[in-house]
Design a protein around this ligand. Sequence first.
Ligand code: AKG
Ligand code: FE2
Length: 281
Amino acid sequence: GFFKVSNHGMETSLMDSVMTASRDFFRLPLEEKRKYSNIIGGKHFQMEGYGTDQVKTQDQRLDWSDRLHLKVEPEDERNLALWPIHPKSFRDDLHEYTLRSKRIKDDILRAMAKLLELDEDCLVNQFSDRALTYARFNYYPPCPRPDLVLGIKPHSDVYALTVLLMDKDVAGLQFLRDGTWYNVPAASNYTLLINVGVTMEIMTNGIFKGPVHRVVTNSEKERMSVAVFYGLDPEREIGPIAQMLTEDQPARYRKMKVKDFLVAHLEHFSRGERVVDSLRI
Ligand SMILES: O=C(O)CCC(=O)C(=O)O
Ligand SMILES: [Fe+2]
């Protein structure tokens, strides 16, 4: 599922700085932002950078949003050429923010392990120093026809855990439960939203589920959010962790290399499907 955390130890000034740096970036002229484009040489799509989703098919549903997607960990794999230098504080703020966010993530992983009656560090230890962390800055401009287009189409996050910093003034995120969409209010009190992703769903053999969510558009106001996604080392396998399996509780998902799993996710996402459903045994 997903939940809000308060008293998380992240300074409100840092949260404000990250939001402001992000807003300032998206307000730059298009030619400035294009320097960080996720399309190389006008045609080749890459995961990182500024832009929208990869367009795979003519009939694909597109989202009413702009993103800046950056790898922050492993630190030696940062592609700094794609880290904006305007506004000036952007790189430092993001670096600082992800250090704090990592502590929150580890605290939550320990609490989740306790809930599962596993060793406290059992989940934390799944994330080696080669584990992937991405930051995604989402910008949703006002949309003249909110009835026709979504800010982000329904999806489950693919990585293990998402730490989401939401707009303080404008709501838009919705979660699906039993066929009904529920609104998440704007984060006026500096709470962070923690969202379980399908990597966690698989690791915990389906106990913690990656909920389906979407973002609706707004005809008057722009909205911003910053998501930090925590994934595994792409070179290892993803599957239910051994501690979750017993004779009565056999594996519900087949194993796959993380790298291939992420590629499969993109295929499913562009079709509005969930990759996890294709891994069920
Ligand atoms: O903008 C939001 O509140 C949610 C964004 C989201 O779901 C995502 O980036 O995966
Ligand atoms: Fe999401």
